[in-house]
Design a protein around this ligand. Structure first.
Ligand code: KPL
Length: 302
């Protein structure tokens, strides 16, 4: 049984797609979240709308969890894992779907290192209301671990199912997480600042900033000796194209006045750039522009 912690856009997308493919799964919802029914609306890529009955379990229940797809955002990670810690055993495995890097340090407080996996997701989805999801762009889910070469049993079973989610295993997840971080560091704050869909970033008025950021990102990736450095422009433009109709997760957070992943994504990147003494005026300008528009929420500063 796969448990999905967090009923945000990506948590719901996984629950719908796995339920459609008859994979046993459940959404773990917090005790404070009140959902009106078991009916969850799903608008698929072809714009067909259907209602799925998704199984759910409240965090405070006591049955043990085997595989947990952790789909909350980085700022909520510790609290979410804390809410299910009584349901974790030595055999529980966590699959972390957060954007950014470094969050495994939080997960290590809850399960041992060999039970931590990472998923890098490029599917786009957004919620129109709490139980109403729009699937806005097909992507891929690349899964791996930091120190583990072979995929676990659940991964092999999942990859044999035709869920449409395109699961792929890699032996070393680090470069994949970096690649995703660089994609998110450009697309997410820009869409939040300009309040636009991903696809609108290629419009004339945003293009100079987009291209300058991409070029600075390419030079940093080269400095870091990432194999994908020279392809990063094509990679970012391709994600923009594939998810053109999506509102990025950071856009969705600022609109809903939730804490964003700006620290986990751009904060982490700027720290690494500083460590390397890499000159990054465009990324610093992006950081300032974001913080002028969206000062840290009161509860973040406390
Ligand atoms: O990861 C995403 C996000 O919004 O966080 C992308 C792939 C950019 C889709 O919007």
């Amino acid at each position: 049984m796969i448990s999905i912690l967090g009923a945000g856009a990506i948590g719901q997308l996984l629950a719908h797609k796995l339920t459609d493919a008859s994979v046993e799964c459940q959404l773990i919802v917090s005790d404070t979240d009140k959902y009106s029914s078991q009916n969850w609306q799903f608008c698929d890529l072809d714009k067909n709308i259907r209602v799925n009955q998704l199984s759910s379990s409240s965090a405070s229940e006591t049955s043990l969890l085997e595989i947990v797809f952790v789909c909350v955002k980085t700022p909520q990670l510790r609290e979410a894992l804390d809410s299910i810690k009584h349901r974790l055993s030595d055999h529980s495995q966590l699959v972390l779907f957060q954007n950014g890097m470094g969050h495994e340090d939080i997960a290590k407080h809850f399960v041992s290192e060999q039970n931590i996996f990472f998923a890098s997701n490029t599917h786009g989805a957004y919620r129109e209301s709490s139980q109403n999801l729009v699937y806005a762009g097909a992507g891929q889910i690349i899964v791996g671990a930091l120190n583990q070469q072979s995929p676990p049993k659940w991964f092999n079973q999942l990859s044999e199912v035709n869920s449409g989610l395109e699961f792929e295993w890699v032996n070393d997840i680090r470069p994949i997480l970096w690649r995703k971080l660089l994609i998110n560091a450009v697309i997410n704050p820009l869409t939040a600042i300009h309040r636009c869909k991903n696809g609108e970033l290629i419009n004339e008025q945003y293009q100079p900033q987009l291209l300058a950021l991409i070029d600075e990102t390419r030079r940093f990736a080269k400095e870091m000796k990432f194999g994908f450095a020279e392809d990063i422009k094509a990679i970012i433009l391709d994600v923009i194209k594939q998810t053109a109709n999506n509102y990025s997760s950071m856009y969705q957070d600022v609109v809903a006045e939730r804490t964003t992943e700006i620290d986990a994504i751009n904060g982490y990147l700027l720290d690494q750039m500083e460590n390397k003494q890499f000159h990054a005026p465009h990324h610093w300008a992006l950081w300032s522009q974001f913080h002028v528009l969206y000062p840290p929420l009161k509860h973040q500063a406390e």
